[in-house]
Ligand binder design. Sequence first.
Ligand SMILES: Cc1ncc(COP(=O)(O)O)c(C=O)c1O
Length: 394
Amino acid sequence: MSEGASATLGGNGGEPASSTARLDRFLEDEHPPTPCLVVDLEIVRCRYKALREAFPEAEIYYAVKANPAQEIIAALAELGAKFDLASSGEIEICRGLGIAPERLSFGNTVKRESAIAEAFGEGLTLFALDSAAELEKLARRAKGARVFCRLLTPSKGAEWPLTRKFGCEAHMAADLLVAAREQGLKPVGVSFHVGSQQTDPEAWTSAIAHAAWIFRSCARRGLALDLLNLGGGLPAHYRSNVPPLAAYTETIEEALGREFGGNRPKILIEPGRYLVADAGLLRAEILLISRKSRGERERWVYLDAGLYNGLEETLDERIHYPIRTRRDGGETGPVILAGPTCDSADILYRRHPYELPLALEIGDWIDFLTAGAYTASVASVAFNGFPPIQSYFV
Ligand SMILES: Cc1ncc(COP(=O)(O)O)c(C=O)c1O
């Protein structure tokens, strides 16, 4: 890709293609200091509308953790989005923007008790849980609130798996929901998350089947549930191809029809990455290019952005960002990409080699595309004295 040429992202499967043209114009006009994240709000809006159209029956709760910038939240709020929140801090951002508490869900299954009380006092009425102890906290501090229980699911097929940290087994989920009713809460349904950047639509199939089992188990005990939260997991367009959005919605529709027939619950989804990742571009500068011995082919390319200031999702080389440079088009050679800190773990890609132009020079910019999610907000405060990455919105 040559200098000034815009890239195309995410155009497969009938989804609106995203282009970096507006971001390129901003970078050319403004020359913001690097490292920086630039987000095209129009792409965020397009993604929301595409999802709305593809999945009209679902209520869309944007998972704010993916990128909590006020500009993004405000743009989505204007389109009617609701919001999945992880903490009091995220609640404060949404409430500060005037978003009504009925549009907010406190989706973290690990909450400080005072945060539950504060949220309930603020008017939030929808809370997640996955354990008896969290249920007790909710019963003490949010009597009458609607609660859903998170089901443990395998993250197979996800490029950013969620391990066993969240959710509980189906039998326990059914018991917790019944207990919630006994403790003065309003158990409404089940949630799950099949793992982030989920490349296999079938991951939703078995999760929906397990959720349906919980619905039936609760019904047998006289508890009617009516909400199914399909979580996040819809993918963005990194280096490898992913199925189109339609493959996900069709698989989900089929599973819902099979498991629930004409008795379908209210459907929620909580996309994070899908809505914002493709809208962002992270620009870094090359600080050093070196080799470890004379004649070695592999170059070490050190950037002013790394694991601690924007590119945390390169941890274990899980997320593979598309990369472009101003020298694209010429001969290339293998590089190891590394961040600027003195931590030896601050290496972006070593096992999954990238080939970059041989003409690259110190001082050149280098762009990480599809960088709108889990970048700026995950950056450290000042590790090694490097300030958090700045965001700009187009
Ligand atoms: C409860 C919950 N919902 C939704 C999401 C968003 O997931 P994704 O970015 O994969 O769409 C997350 C991410 O961790 C989450 O924890």
